[in-house]
Design a protein around this ligand. Structure first.
Ligand code: CMP
Length: 139
């Protein structure tokens, strides 16, 4: 996504249900690490096989993860691109934007800071990655 959103990251972060429950201090700290971007309809945000340099939180709109047997839709409060950051493996699926979608980008080198700001978030991200890679393995 190339379009930078002129929106206060802290406001956007507070709108993501996943972050809303965190202490205000953690929200502020996390906001500093996230860059808001807008994906246009049909834009490929993540390409299967590429290296992972960031993960993404969906602030509004939806994306489609091209996994088998059927694509998975992720929306507000969901995240993606965490698997490559955790495992170091290439991207496991293509992901494209359904309509306009505002995303919060977390660079790989800021991932550690984010998860140390919130152990709860860290557990949630790791659990989700484990579940998703288990789904891929059981096909
Ligand atoms: P990553 O492998 O970095 O890039 C592709 C992303 O697709 C992956 O991280 C996950 O965030 C997401 N993903 C992979 N499999 C699934 C799944 N079964 N359901 C939802 N999202 C998935």
């Amino acid at each position: 996504p190339a379009i930078n959103l002129d929106l206060d990251p802290e406001t956007m972060v507070a709108r993501v249900p996943l972050f809303a429950a965190l202490p205000p201090d953690a929200v502020r700290q996390i906001s500093r690490l996230l860059r808001p971007v807008l994906a246009v309809p049909g834009e490929m945000v993540v390409r299967k096989g590429e290296g992972g340099d960031a993960m993404y939180f969906v602030a509004s709109g939806a994306v489609e993860v091209m996994v088998t047997p059927r694509p998975v839709r992720l929306g507000s409060g969901d995240f993606f691109g965490e698997m490559a950051l955790i495992s170091g493996a290439p991207r496991s699926a293509d992901i494209s934007s359904l309509g306009f979608c505002s995303l919060l980008v977390l660079r790989a080198d800021d991932f550690q800071s984010l998860v140390s700001a919130s152990p709860v978030l860290r557990e949630h991200i790791h659990d989700t990655a484990r579940r998703r890679s288990g789904e891929a393995a059981s096909e």
